[in-house]
Design a protein around this ligand. Structure first.
Ligand code: SF4
Length: 216
């Protein structure tokens, strides 16, 4: 079982999205993603034009030690698409020091590792596996067109009761058509729909940690 992971960046910040927004978190962003969303805000993890000169491979225990120093409320494993890697050694190392572990994933690949919270954000370029839908604690739909909400609800229905966050795609996050579509859905349908935002971006919260990498 591999104990090293390719790591793009890790940083101590706060969760800027969804149910745990505003809480202190240590982020571990793995390298690699085969989904290739055209508006990806983590293109440094996969796009040939943004590939870093060197990709760090870091032991699970070393990552857990860094997280322990940060003393966050929880750790977020994100990407890239983190589930292309076997995350079992890392989640075991983090749980061994009593840190809750959250996962952010497209859901398109089998999930390996134990997680206390799973945010599933489906992407039309590689839709979630059926087996992962029921594991989601919350859904996050990136609204990149007014019709995206209905498109995703039809393509990969969330399990009953989980919050469904509607986030404007950041490059068009001031587009009235996008914001109006989100507002209308929340007003007309109520729960489980929630209007979302990427709170960490206006704060530039990630950039305060020198281990973070500027977005591509
Ligand atoms: S799944 Fe996430 S990391 Fe991968 S291309 Fe899409 S937005 Fe980027």
């Amino acid at each position: 079982m591999p104990r090293q992971l390719p790591i793009h960046e890790r940083f101590h910040s706060f969760q800027g999205e969804c149910c745990h927004a505003g809480r202190a978190a240590f982020f571990i962003r793995t390298y690699g993603c085969p989904v290739h969303c055209p508006w990806c805000d983590s293109a440094g993890t996969w796009h040939p034009d943004h590939k870093p000169q060197a990709i760090n491979r870091i032991e699970a225990l070393a990552l857990a030690e860094e997280a322990a120093v940060a003393r966050p409320a929880f750790v977020v494993i994100t990407g890239g698409e983190p589930t292309i890697h076997d995350l079992t050694p890392l989640t075991e190392a983090l749980h061994a020091i009593d840190l809750p572990v959250h996962l952010e994933t497209s859901g398109a690949f089998p999930i390996r590792g134990q997680f206390d919270w799973i945010t599933l954000s489906p992407k039309r370029w590689k839709l979630p596996l059926e087996q992962n839908l029921s594991r989601a604690d919350e859904f996050k739909i990136i609204v990149d067109a007014p019709g995206a909400i209905d498109e995703y609800l039809a393509a990969c229905p969330p399990p009953p009761g989980v919050p469904i966050w509607l986030h404007p795609e950041w490059n068009i996050s001031t587009d009235p058509a996008i914001l109006d579509a989100i507002t209308a859905r929340v007003k007309t349908s109520g729960d489980p729909f929630r209007a979302g935002w990427q709170l960490h971006k206006p704060y530039a919260a990630d950039a305060l940690d020198p281990r973070s990498v500027p977005e591509k």
